[in-house]
Structure formats: structure tokens, C-alpha cells
Write a protein that binds this ligand. Structure first.
Ligand code: URA
Length: 205
């Protein structure tokens, strides 16, 4: 096993062992995909199907995510997919602030290990982790450089499944992703120096 794979496995085991909220109520859905992915997708929390299969984004929202990935030419295995809260909240309710607080330090470590170029946040909870002041209807599709990561918030696929207008916007925002990634790669084949547009985010990583 590579040292990165070992470090990810260790992080997962630590999460299993720690007394995190929702432990004992739902499975830990750690995340999956390429450990060397350029792009990491971060959703909200597992749902019913994700909890059953112990894999992120495998229900209806996941099927839509798969279609969007195919649309932009990125096979699912080439990206990395995870959630901010890694156990299913009961009845799929929104994650509570204490759940977000408990799980985010692990997400921070997971991001550092994967070390993607681009992070696409799916929905407002993962967006607000990077951009606490952002509003999804206003800021979706806008790339922000946060500590060397190009962070692009987009609507959550589940929200797009409920609204034709949001679906169009989500598709449009996905279409922009390959260009944003290519621009990043042309500018630098290593991460740019720290440059945080919103001072409130400076301490995140
Ligand atoms: N919604 C999410 O935010 N994450 C999943 O894994 C599935 C649905």
C-alpha cells in the first residue's frame, strides 16, 4: 500500500474509533475515488442508499452526479467524492452545527492527503465550510482560490432534481469545470502561493 493509501486508511480507522456524533446510528461513509484526483467533490452527508452501500452519492443524487461527470468527460473513478458529515443524519435531516464541527477536522485532513487542485462543493453546507459568508444562489459557479485550492460551489444535485431551473444552472456550472481546472493547470503545475480572497477563510487550512 502506498503511504497515501495508508494515511487515508489510518484516518478512516481513527474516524471509526472516535466518538463522533451519529456513531452507532449509521455507517461511516468515508469517501471514494482516485487518491490522486485533481478534483474532489464534497457533499453534505450520506443518505439512505449511501448508508446501506457505505459509498457516497449512490442514490438519485448520485446518479445525477454520475451523469454530470460523464457530461464533462470525467469518469467517476478519476475524481474523489466525499461528504462533510460522514454518517447519515436520521431521516436525512440537515446536519447539525455540532455534527459539522465534529466532522470537519477530518475532512480537512482528508483534503490535505488527497491534495486536489480543485474542490467542488455540492450544496450549501460544504460551501459554507470554505466560504462561511457565501450564498449558494449568488455564488454558485464562481471559482475562489482558497489556500491553493480552486474552490467552486455548485447547487446540490438533490436540489437540482427538485427544480428545473436549478438543474440548468447546475449543468452550466459543471460545463465550466474543465476549463477552470485547465486554467489552473496552465498557470501552475504546482499549487499557487497562498492567496485568500476572503479574509474570513484565511485560517481554514
Ligand atoms: N447527498 C449528499 O450530500 N451526499 C451523499 O453522499 C448522497 C446524497
Amino acid at each position: 500500500m502506498s503511504s497515501k493509501a495508508e494515511a487515508l486508511e489510518k484516518l478512516k480507522q481513527e474516524m471509526e474509533a472516535d466518538h463522533l456524533p451519529l456513531k452507532g446510528e449509521a455507517n461511516l461513509v468515508f469517501g471514494e475515488g482516485s487518491m490522486d484526483a485533481d478534483v474532489m467533490f464534497i457533499g453534505e452527508a450520506p443518505g439512505f442508499h449511501e448508508d446501506k452501500l457505505v459509498r457516497p452519492f449512490v442514490g438519485q443524487a448520485g446518479k445525477l452526479l454520475d451523469k454530470l461527470l460523464i457530461m464533462v468527460g470525467w469518469p467517476r473513478e478519476r475524481v474523489y467524492i466525499t461528504n462533510i458529515v460522514k454518517r447519515r443524519p436520521p431521516e436525512n435531516r440537515d446536519p447539525l452545527p455540532e455534527e459539522l464541527d465534529a466532522y470537519t477536522p477530518y475532512l480537512t485532513r482528508q483534503i490535505k492527503l488527497i491534495n486536489p487542485k480543485m474542490i467542488v462543493t455540492l450544496g450549501r453546507f460544504s460551501m459554507n465550510y470554505f466560504l462561511p459568508l457565501a450564498k449558494i444562489s449568488r455564488d454558485k459557479g464562481r471559482a475562489v482560490n482558497i489556500d491553493g485550492y480552486v474552490v467552486v460551489p455548485v447547487y446540490h444535485p438533490a436540489a437540482a432534481l427538485r427544480s428545473g431551473a436549478m438543474m440548468k444552472e447546475l449543468e452550466n456550472d459543471f460545463r465550466k469545470l474543465p476549463r477552470l481546472l485547465a486554467d489552473f493547470s496552465v498557470v501552475s503545475d504546482k499549487k499557487p502561493e497562498k492567496e485568500t480572497k476572503q479574509p474570513a477563510q484565511a485560517a481554514l487550512f
